[in-house]
Design a binder for this molecule. Structure first.
Ligand code: 48H
Length: 264
Protein backbone atom coordinates (compact mmCIF):
# COMPACT_ATOMS: atom_id res chain seq x y z
CA UNK A 1 0.00 0.00 0.00
CA UNK A 2 1.35 3.42 -0.97
CA UNK A 3 -1.29 5.57 0.76
CA UNK A 4 -2.23 5.72 4.40
CA UNK A 5 -5.61 4.05 5.07
CA UNK A 6 -8.52 6.41 5.86
CA UNK A 7 -12.25 5.85 6.20
CA UNK A 8 -14.51 7.34 3.48
CA UNK A 9 -16.45 9.33 6.08
CA UNK A 10 -13.22 10.98 7.29
CA UNK A 11 -12.78 12.52 3.84
CA UNK A 12 -16.26 14.06 3.92
CA UNK A 13 -15.88 15.32 7.48
CA UNK A 14 -12.45 16.86 6.70
CA UNK A 15 -13.89 18.80 3.78
CA UNK A 16 -17.04 19.90 5.61
CA UNK A 17 -15.11 21.16 8.66
CA UNK A 18 -12.55 23.02 6.55
CA UNK A 19 -15.28 24.66 4.47
CA UNK A 20 -17.25 25.66 7.56
CA UNK A 21 -14.16 27.44 8.93
CA UNK A 22 -13.61 29.06 5.54
CA UNK A 23 -17.20 30.34 5.29
CA UNK A 24 -17.12 31.61 8.86
CA UNK A 25 -13.94 33.55 8.02
CA UNK A 26 -15.55 35.01 4.87
CA UNK A 27 -18.72 36.11 6.74
CA UNK A 28 -16.95 39.28 7.96
CA UNK A 29 -14.19 40.73 5.78
CA UNK A 30 -12.43 44.05 5.58
CA UNK A 31 -12.90 43.97 1.82
CA UNK A 32 -15.05 41.80 -0.44
CA UNK A 33 -14.06 41.67 -4.10
CA UNK A 34 -16.78 40.52 -6.48
CA UNK A 35 -15.23 39.07 -9.64
CA UNK A 36 -12.06 37.02 -10.03
CA UNK A 37 -10.68 38.53 -13.24
CA UNK A 38 -7.36 40.36 -13.49
CA UNK A 39 -8.50 43.59 -11.77
CA UNK A 40 -10.13 41.75 -8.85
CA UNK A 41 -7.27 39.31 -8.34
CA UNK A 42 -4.53 41.92 -8.28
CA UNK A 43 -6.57 44.33 -6.15
CA UNK A 44 -7.34 41.57 -3.65
CA UNK A 45 -3.72 40.51 -3.55
CA UNK A 46 -2.48 44.06 -2.79
CA UNK A 47 -5.02 44.51 0.02
CA UNK A 48 -4.38 41.08 1.57
CA UNK A 49 -0.64 41.75 1.41
CA UNK A 50 -1.26 44.61 3.88
CA UNK A 51 -2.66 42.06 6.35
CA UNK A 52 -6.35 42.80 5.76
CA UNK A 53 -9.12 40.17 5.49
CA UNK A 54 -10.15 39.82 1.85
CA UNK A 55 -12.87 37.57 0.41
CA UNK A 56 -13.20 37.14 -3.35
CA UNK A 57 -16.54 35.99 -4.75
CA UNK A 58 -16.56 34.43 -8.24
CA UNK A 59 -19.59 32.95 -10.00
CA UNK A 60 -17.55 30.54 -12.14
CA UNK A 61 -15.80 27.45 -10.82
CA UNK A 62 -12.52 28.86 -12.17
CA UNK A 63 -10.78 32.18 -11.47
CA UNK A 64 -9.21 34.48 -14.05
CA UNK A 65 -12.22 35.96 -15.87
CA UNK A 66 -11.20 37.09 -19.35
CA UNK A 67 -7.48 36.81 -18.61
CA UNK A 68 -7.03 33.25 -19.96
CA UNK A 69 -6.88 34.50 -23.53
CA UNK A 70 -5.90 37.70 -25.27
CA UNK A 71 -8.72 37.84 -27.76
CA UNK A 72 -10.42 35.83 -30.50
CA UNK A 73 -9.01 32.30 -29.93
CA UNK A 74 -5.43 33.43 -29.19
CA UNK A 75 -3.89 32.76 -25.79
CA UNK A 76 -1.45 35.69 -25.91
CA UNK A 77 -2.26 39.17 -24.61
CA UNK A 78 -0.62 42.59 -24.65
CA UNK A 79 0.12 45.30 -22.14
CA UNK A 80 1.46 48.79 -22.72
CA UNK A 81 4.27 50.27 -20.63
CA UNK A 82 4.39 50.74 -17.67
CA UNK A 83 2.11 47.71 -16.98
CA UNK A 84 4.88 45.32 -18.07
CA UNK A 85 6.44 46.08 -14.66
CA UNK A 86 3.48 44.32 -12.99
CA UNK A 87 4.14 41.24 -15.15
CA UNK A 88 7.79 41.31 -14.06
CA UNK A 89 6.68 41.56 -10.42
CA UNK A 90 4.43 38.49 -10.94
CA UNK A 91 7.32 36.60 -12.55
CA UNK A 92 5.63 36.44 -15.96
CA UNK A 93 8.00 36.58 -18.95
CA UNK A 94 7.03 39.00 -21.71
CA UNK A 95 8.66 40.25 -24.88
CA UNK A 96 8.64 43.66 -26.51
CA UNK A 97 6.44 43.58 -29.62
CA UNK A 98 6.85 47.27 -30.49
CA UNK A 99 7.88 50.43 -28.68
CA UNK A 100 6.20 50.30 -25.25
CA UNK A 101 4.08 47.29 -26.27
CA UNK A 102 4.63 43.90 -24.61
CA UNK A 103 3.17 40.48 -25.36
CA UNK A 104 2.89 37.59 -22.89
CA UNK A 105 1.38 34.14 -22.51
CA UNK A 106 -2.15 34.36 -21.05
CA UNK A 107 -2.34 30.99 -19.19
CA UNK A 108 1.09 31.68 -17.64
CA UNK A 109 0.10 35.17 -16.50
CA UNK A 110 -3.35 34.13 -15.30
CA UNK A 111 -2.08 31.22 -13.22
CA UNK A 112 0.69 33.35 -11.67
CA UNK A 113 -1.83 36.03 -10.76
CA UNK A 114 -4.21 33.51 -9.18
CA UNK A 115 -1.33 31.97 -7.22
CA UNK A 116 -0.15 35.36 -5.97
CA UNK A 117 -3.67 36.27 -4.78
CA UNK A 118 -4.00 32.95 -2.92
CA UNK A 119 -0.52 33.27 -1.38
CA UNK A 120 -1.33 36.77 -0.12
CA UNK A 121 -4.24 35.32 1.87
CA UNK A 122 -7.25 36.20 -0.29
CA UNK A 123 -10.04 33.74 0.55
CA UNK A 124 -11.98 32.48 -2.46
CA UNK A 125 -15.67 31.61 -2.75
CA UNK A 126 -16.00 30.20 -6.26
CA UNK A 127 -19.23 28.96 -7.89
CA UNK A 128 -20.72 31.82 -5.91
CA UNK A 129 -22.96 34.43 -7.47
CA UNK A 130 -23.47 37.96 -6.21
CA UNK A 131 -27.24 38.15 -5.88
CA UNK A 132 -27.64 41.45 -4.04
CA UNK A 133 -25.93 43.91 -1.72
CA UNK A 134 -26.32 44.91 1.92
CA UNK A 135 -27.20 48.62 2.18
CA UNK A 136 -27.35 50.45 5.49
CA UNK A 137 -27.23 54.18 6.26
CA UNK A 138 -26.62 54.95 2.55
CA UNK A 139 -23.50 52.78 2.51
CA UNK A 140 -22.71 49.40 0.96
CA UNK A 141 -21.96 47.07 3.87
CA UNK A 142 -21.59 43.71 2.19
CA UNK A 143 -22.97 41.32 -0.37
CA UNK A 144 -25.70 38.69 -0.66
CA UNK A 145 -24.54 35.49 -2.33
CA UNK A 146 -25.91 32.22 -3.56
CA UNK A 147 -24.56 29.05 -5.08
CA UNK A 148 -24.25 29.86 -8.84
CA UNK A 149 -25.93 26.72 -10.27
CA UNK A 150 -29.10 27.57 -8.34
CA UNK A 151 -29.74 30.52 -10.65
CA UNK A 152 -29.80 28.23 -13.69
CA UNK A 153 -32.50 25.97 -12.23
CA UNK A 154 -36.26 26.62 -12.34
CA UNK A 155 -37.50 28.40 -9.21
CA UNK A 156 -39.84 25.47 -8.31
CA UNK A 157 -36.80 23.21 -7.92
CA UNK A 158 -34.31 25.64 -6.45
CA UNK A 159 -36.14 28.06 -4.18
CA UNK A 160 -32.97 28.57 -2.20
CA UNK A 161 -32.45 31.72 -0.19
CA UNK A 162 -29.09 33.49 -0.45
CA UNK A 163 -26.84 34.34 2.51
CA UNK A 164 -25.23 37.69 3.46
CA UNK A 165 -21.51 38.43 3.94
CA UNK A 166 -20.48 41.66 5.67
CA UNK A 167 -17.57 43.88 4.64
CA UNK A 168 -16.31 47.38 5.30
CA UNK A 169 -15.64 47.95 1.62
CA UNK A 170 -16.89 46.13 -1.51
CA UNK A 171 -15.11 46.23 -4.87
CA UNK A 172 -17.01 45.64 -8.10
CA UNK A 173 -14.53 43.76 -10.31
CA UNK A 174 -17.19 42.01 -12.40
CA UNK A 175 -15.95 43.30 -15.75
CA UNK A 176 -18.41 44.14 -18.54
CA UNK A 177 -21.39 43.05 -16.40
CA UNK A 178 -20.81 45.60 -13.61
CA UNK A 179 -22.99 43.28 -11.52
CA UNK A 180 -22.65 45.03 -8.14
CA UNK A 181 -23.20 48.50 -9.59
CA UNK A 182 -26.37 47.24 -11.29
CA UNK A 183 -27.84 46.44 -7.86
CA UNK A 184 -27.45 50.13 -6.98
CA UNK A 185 -28.68 51.26 -10.40
CA UNK A 186 -31.95 49.33 -10.09
CA UNK A 187 -32.61 51.26 -6.86
CA UNK A 188 -31.85 54.58 -8.57
CA UNK A 189 -28.71 55.15 -6.49
CA UNK A 190 -26.18 55.33 -9.35
CA UNK A 191 -26.48 55.84 -13.08
CA UNK A 192 -24.45 53.65 -15.44
CA UNK A 193 -23.53 55.25 -18.76
CA UNK A 194 -22.65 51.91 -20.41
CA UNK A 195 -19.41 51.02 -22.17
CA UNK A 196 -18.19 53.11 -25.10
CA UNK A 197 -16.79 51.87 -28.43
CA UNK A 198 -13.26 50.52 -28.69
CA UNK A 199 -10.42 53.04 -28.53
CA UNK A 200 -7.26 51.62 -26.96
CA UNK A 201 -5.44 54.94 -26.87
CA UNK A 202 -8.07 56.67 -24.70
CA UNK A 203 -9.55 53.81 -22.73
CA UNK A 204 -6.66 52.55 -20.65
CA UNK A 205 -5.68 55.89 -19.08
CA UNK A 206 -9.33 56.80 -18.52
CA UNK A 207 -10.15 53.53 -16.73
CA UNK A 208 -7.22 53.83 -14.35
CA UNK A 209 -7.94 57.52 -13.69
CA UNK A 210 -11.65 56.91 -12.97
CA UNK A 211 -11.10 53.84 -10.78
CA UNK A 212 -12.48 54.77 -7.38
CA UNK A 213 -15.40 54.92 -4.99
CA UNK A 214 -18.67 55.22 -6.93
CA UNK A 215 -21.01 55.05 -3.93
CA UNK A 216 -20.09 55.04 -0.22
CA UNK A 217 -18.46 51.67 0.48
CA UNK A 218 -18.37 50.56 -3.19
CA UNK A 219 -15.34 50.87 -5.48
CA UNK A 220 -15.40 50.10 -9.22
CA UNK A 221 -12.35 48.57 -10.93
CA UNK A 222 -11.48 47.11 -14.35
CA UNK A 223 -14.10 47.07 -17.10
CA UNK A 224 -16.84 47.90 -14.59
CA UNK A 225 -15.37 51.43 -14.52
CA UNK A 226 -16.03 51.76 -18.27
CA UNK A 227 -19.70 50.86 -17.68
CA UNK A 228 -20.11 53.54 -15.02
CA UNK A 229 -18.63 56.43 -16.98
CA UNK A 230 -19.26 55.42 -20.62
CA UNK A 231 -15.53 54.96 -21.28
CA UNK A 232 -14.22 53.21 -24.40
CA UNK A 233 -13.20 49.56 -24.29
CA UNK A 234 -9.69 48.44 -25.19
CA UNK A 235 -9.90 44.90 -26.59
CA UNK A 236 -7.12 42.45 -25.77
CA UNK A 237 -4.72 44.75 -23.95
CA UNK A 238 -4.76 44.22 -20.20
CA UNK A 239 -2.47 46.84 -18.64
CA UNK A 240 -5.39 48.98 -17.47
CA UNK A 241 -6.99 45.99 -15.71
CA UNK A 242 -3.81 45.40 -13.70
CA UNK A 243 -3.22 49.07 -12.86
CA UNK A 244 -6.91 49.69 -12.13
CA UNK A 245 -6.92 46.74 -9.69
CA UNK A 246 -3.86 48.16 -7.95
CA UNK A 247 -5.50 51.58 -7.72
CA UNK A 248 -8.71 50.05 -6.33
CA UNK A 249 -6.59 48.49 -3.58
CA UNK A 250 -5.08 51.89 -2.71
CA UNK A 251 -8.53 53.49 -2.64
CA UNK A 252 -9.87 50.71 -0.36
CA UNK A 253 -6.94 51.09 2.04
CA UNK A 254 -7.50 54.84 2.05
CA UNK A 255 -11.22 54.50 2.82
CA UNK A 256 -10.47 52.15 5.70
CA UNK A 257 -7.95 54.68 7.05
CA UNK A 258 -9.95 57.87 6.69
CA UNK A 259 -13.27 56.47 7.89
CA UNK A 260 -11.43 55.06 10.91
CA UNK A 261 -13.31 51.77 10.48
CA UNK A 262 -11.21 49.29 12.47
CA UNK A 263 -9.64 46.63 10.27
CA UNK A 264 -9.45 43.02 11.36
C1 48H B 1 -19.91 36.70 -9.10
C2 48H B 1 -19.33 37.60 -11.14
C3 48H B 1 -20.59 38.20 -11.27
C4 48H B 1 -21.54 37.98 -10.22
C5 48H B 1 -19.45 38.71 -13.03
O1 48H B 1 -14.37 40.05 -17.02
P1 48H B 1 -13.24 40.03 -16.05
O2 48H B 1 -11.95 39.49 -16.55
O3 48H B 1 -13.09 41.53 -15.46
P2 48H B 1 -11.88 42.60 -15.39
O4 48H B 1 -12.55 43.92 -15.39
O5 48H B 1 -10.95 42.28 -14.30
O6 48H B 1 -11.10 42.40 -16.76
C6 48H B 1 -11.76 42.65 -17.96
C7 48H B 1 -11.04 41.90 -19.09
O7 48H B 1 -11.08 40.50 -18.85
C8 48H B 1 -11.76 42.24 -20.35
O8 48H B 1 -12.85 41.68 -20.55
C9 48H B 1 -11.27 43.27 -21.23
C10 48H B 1 -9.95 43.91 -21.01
N1 48H B 1 -12.04 43.63 -22.21
C11 48H B 1 -11.81 44.68 -23.12
C12 48H B 1 -12.82 44.66 -24.23
O9 48H B 1 -12.77 45.61 -25.04
O10 48H B 1 -13.65 43.73 -24.30
O11 48H B 1 -13.68 39.23 -14.77
C13 48H B 1 -14.91 39.49 -14.15
C14 48H B 1 -15.27 38.29 -13.30
C15 48H B 1 -15.62 37.06 -14.16
O12 48H B 1 -14.84 35.98 -13.74
C16 48H B 1 -17.12 36.85 -13.90
O13 48H B 1 -17.47 35.48 -13.89
C17 48H B 1 -17.28 37.49 -12.52
O14 48H B 1 -16.44 38.62 -12.57
N2 48H B 1 -18.66 37.94 -12.26
N3 48H B 1 -18.96 36.87 -10.08
N4 48H B 1 -21.17 37.24 -9.16
N5 48H B 1 -22.77 38.49 -10.26
N6 48H B 1 -20.64 38.88 -12.44
Amino acid sequence: MIFHPVKESEVTIAIARAFLNHLEYCATSDVIIVGGGPSGLIGGRDIANKGLKVTLVERNNYLGGGFWSGGYFMNKFTVRAPAHEVLAELGVPCSEAGEGLYVADAPYACSQLIASACKSGVKILNLTLLEDIILREARVKGVVINWSPVTYLPHEIAALDPIPLEAKVVIDATGHDASVLRKLEKRGLVKLEGEGALCIEESEDAIVERTGEVYPGLIATGMAVASVYGLPRMGPTFGAMLLSGKKAAEVALNILNYTGIPVS
